[in-house]
Design a protein around this ligand. Structure first.
Ligand code: LLP
Length: 464
């Protein structure tokens, strides 16, 4: 492995090209605890460790790229969320962020519930022994088979997302002779300050039933009229990677107003409200997420206040954090391949993965940070763009990041905060083999989702 510095690329002291970056950290060797999972350190030799294991050992044993998931951190975050919300509220982990059977078992052991949004996620939850009554089933276009499977399994709640679905779930439940507990997902008309593709409560999008124009009230009327449905509450999810509680405040207020309207019209006080997920995490040192305890207090204060003024008993609150639990608990470990300094621009650092293991940068303009983890370096900071190996120029993992100028092929770099929506949105683009998820805990590492193989790829290709 060559350690010699490559021809000089742009340095931070040079005129910097356009980008989102801020000045490089004073010491690039520091692994900011805000963005790295809790057991990440740098050892005396300068190698990063996680759960006491050197990343160089992980790369040797499991190969790169690999997602390294810090189990103790995951469990600690589950506990922080359930402690913060206490016994008067329920925390549903949003499985779409990342789901595997091991994760389902951790959730079960830590006392969390689970939100699934497809038959596949439901199958994973059930296969790992999650009691069905602790599962909530979401989706804007659940298939007849998915509805049947969910009702048959006895899921604790189905979140109804359209007028058609009210009827479909009611029919299935009646046919199977059960009374299915349901919530209605409403769109409250909040503009969440996040990327358009991950904002979900403004009216012009596909999710939920609008409060505006009385649509949600009509959905409630229809659900209450069907004996095979037990309407337990109203659901609202306003979007993702949100830091500002103002959107939740408006959402909670509008949901409580609907509860009051339901009481006035039907004489029924629905006992639950679900405020969804969407709480932001730190992807870079610039981000300042709130602690679960603060979030829980803010949400319960808002709901209590709104209910008091509407003369309602406070309903049981539930929340559905996905990213805020799993996001910070994993990093992606890559090996550096080619390095191209572009004079006056930046240095392109290619890694052995890319948009197939992290589509978020290309899709949402997401920002990430990155660090050299296989050694220390006291070289000066170099402005880089970390790119993948796919046949596409938008194949960017980290748009603007500083790495040491002596970076060389064979070095290991890692991108923190990739636990959410990276493996779960990974693809086989260019017939890439999706990386494994390696769980680390107390000095031990084990694969919880194995690396894909060429046999896996060819298995789906019938060859005719
Ligand atoms: N509840 C519902 C109903 C949701 O639709 C979602 C996310 C969540 C909870 C969890 O949101 P979280 O706490 O993880 O932000 N792929 C995008 C995020 C899409 C989220 C979709 N729904 C990303 O990579 O940012």
């Amino acid at each position: 492995m060559s350690r010699s510095a490559h021809p000089a690329g742009p340095r931070h002291a040079d005129v910097l090209p356009e980008g989102h970056y801020t000045a490089p950290a004073a010491d690039l060797n520091v692994l900011d605890e805000k963005v790295w999972s809790r057991t990440v350190r740098r050892n005396g030799d300068g190698v990063a460790t996680v759960a006491g294991i050197e990343v160089t050992r992980l790369a040797e044993e499991f190969g790169t790229p690999a997602y390294i998931l810090d189990e103790a951190d995951f469990r600690a975050r589950c506990r922080a969320w359930s402690d913060a919300f206490g016994s008067d509220a329920d925390v549903y982990y949003a499985g779409k962020a990342f789901l595997s059977r091991a994760v389902v078992r951790w959730l079960h052991e830590e006392g969390l519930n689970l939100d699934v949004c497809s038959g596949g996620e439901l199958a994973t939850a059930l296969a790992a022994g999650m009691p069905a009554e602790r599962v909530a089933f979401h989706g804007n276009n659940k298939s007849a088979q998915e509805i049947e499977r969910a009702v048959e399994a006895g899921v604790g709640r189905i979140v109804l997302d359209s007028f058609q679905e009210i009827v479909r779930v009611a029919h299935t439940a009646r046919r199977l002779g059960v009374r299915q507990r349901v919530q209605i997902r409403v769109t409250v008309g909040v503009e969440a300050h996040t990327h358009e593709f991950i904002a979900t409560a403004h009216e012009d999008q596909k999710f939920g039933i609008a409060l505006a124009g009385g649509q949600a009230a009509e959905a409630v009327r229809r659900a209450l009229a069907l004996d095979s449905l037990e309407l337990t509450g109203i659901h609202s999810h306003i979007g993702s990677q949100i830091f500002d509680m103002a959107g939740f405040e408006v959402s909670a207020r509008r949901v409580v107003q609907l509860l009051a309207q339901i009481r006035d019209e039907h004489g029924v006080e629905l006992p639950e409200i679900d405020l969804g997920g969407g709480l932001g995490i730190a992807y870079t040192s610039e981000d300042d997420p709130r602690e679960p305890h603060d979030i829980a207090k803010a949400l319960s204060d808002i709901v209590t206040r709104e209910c008091e003024s509407a003369g309602l008993a406070t309903p049981r609150i539930s929340v559905e954090p996905g990213r805020a639990i799993v996001g910070p608990t994993a990093f992606t470990l890559y090996e550096v391949g080619t390095i191209k300094p572009l004079e006056g621009l930046r240095t392109y650092v290619s890694v052995d993965g890319g948009m197939s293991d992290n589509i978020r940068t290309a899709l949402y303009d997401a920002e990430y940070s990155v660090a050299l983890v296989s050694r220390r370096s006291d070289a000066e900071a170099m402005l880089t763009r970390v790119v993948g190996k796919h046949c596409e120029s938008g194949d960017i993992v980290v748009r603007d990041a500083f790495l040491p100028a002596d970076l060389a092929p064979g070095d290991l770099i890692a991108v923190p905060a990739t636990g959410a929506y990276c493996r779960s949105m990974a693809s086989n683009y260019n017939h890439a083999l999706r990386p494994p998820v390696v769980a680390v805990r107390d000095g031990a590492a084990r694969v919880i989702v194995r690396r894909e193989t060429e046999e896996d790829l060819l298995r789906l290709d019938v060859g005719e």
